[in-house]
Design a protein around this ligand. Structure first.
Ligand code: SAM
Length: 291
């Protein structure tokens, strides 16, 4: 799906100058991360900080540091690229997204600092328009579930990664032991959920061991931050009323979000960060920060 319904809603809110939506989802379009979820206060200010904390968390999991060549696949409005650009030096950054409207906003909002370069491209993450071995790090922040095939993306990421390079994927997964409950609760409401969030089906986290083998990547390290993202839901529920998508659209978005919130609170859906390594050792001469 090239134009996701929730992005239509966010872009419409941007056109209507809905400040809270713009502050919450105008740069990053991902969940927040709270070190201490009990300290979340449900405000937009708090969410903006938590969204930035999530960006930092996934960048740390990807091993972002000065001098790297980084691809952010499914880059949204370029919030992750903007954060890396602001915090690191001698970076060669590429954001890639299938939706040209999002790339237009990213190009408008994000400019490279001196010493860094930034390129935003419209393309499918499963058909990367890059040469083999051209990146030190590939990231996919909360987007792989939208891609046409997780396996095709992992294979493409491995192809464009240099030996020893890192692939970070953050994703909603459904543990095998509660998968049946998730399906039973979700299936009758699938059309409503898909009508706002798009047609994604979560997979069990253990599938990533198999996918890694098939894509010839190393087995991933896994960070489970399910508890740390839960305070996102009340904030999104408050924002739903500000999406200019009509009363019916708002009702569906609220219902879909409440359902996903309940599934997440019960642990049927979890939030995990996977970091894979491309085979081989990183050569010592390809990084700009090395002599
Ligand atoms: C939840 S948003 C995450 C955006 C961004 N990573 C962030 O954290 O702000 C999911 C993103 O995946 C993008 N996407 C969906 N399918 C895609 C595909 N096949 N190739 C590239 N991007 C895709 C969407 O356009 C959207 O920007």
């Amino acid at each position: 799906m090239i134009q996701l319904p929730y992005f239509d809603a966010i872009l419409a809110a941007c056109r209507h100058d809905e400040t809270d939506v713009i502050r919450s989802f105008g740069d990053n379009v991902h969940w927040g991360y709270w070190d201490d979820p009990t300290a979340a206060d449900g405000s937009v200010d708090d969410f903006v900080l938590a969204s930035d904390a999530m960006t930092r968390k996934v960048c740390a999991a990807a091993g972002i540091r000065d001098g790297l060549t980084v691809l952010d696949a499914g880059c949204g409005f370029g919030g992750t690229v903007a954060s890396i650009n602001a915090r690191f030096e001698r970076m060669t950054l590429t954001g890639l997204n299938i939706d040209p409207r999002q790339i237009a906003r990213a190009r408008h909002n994000v400019a490279a600092r001196p010493g860094n370069t930034i390129d935003f491209v419209v393309e499918d993450a499963c058909q990367l328009p890059f040469a083999d071995r051209s990146f030190d790090v590939v990231m996919a922040v909360e987007c792989i579930f939208h891609f046409p095939s997780r396996l095709r993306f992992l294979r493409e990421a491995r192809r464009v990664l240099r030996p020893g390079g890192a692939l970070m994927v953050s994703e909603f997964v459904a543990p095998a032991r509660t998968f049946a409950r998730l399906v039973l609760a979700g299936l009758p409401n699938l059309r409503t959920i898909q009508g706002f969030y798009g047609d994604d089906i979560p997979i069990p986290p253990s599938s990533y061991q198999v996918l890694a083998r098939l894509a010839r990547l190393g087995l991933p390290t896994v960070l489970d931050i399910s508890r740390n993202v839960l305070p996102t839901f009340p904030v999104v529920l408050d924002l739903v009323d500000k999406f200019p998508i009509g009363e019916r659209g708002q009702r569906s978005a609220r219902f879909a979000t409440e359902l996903i919130a309940r599934m997440s609170e019960r642990g049927w859906m979890r939030y995990q960060v996977f970091t894979f390594r491309a085979p081989g050792a990183a050569p010592s001469n390809h990084r700009k920060d090395r002599p």
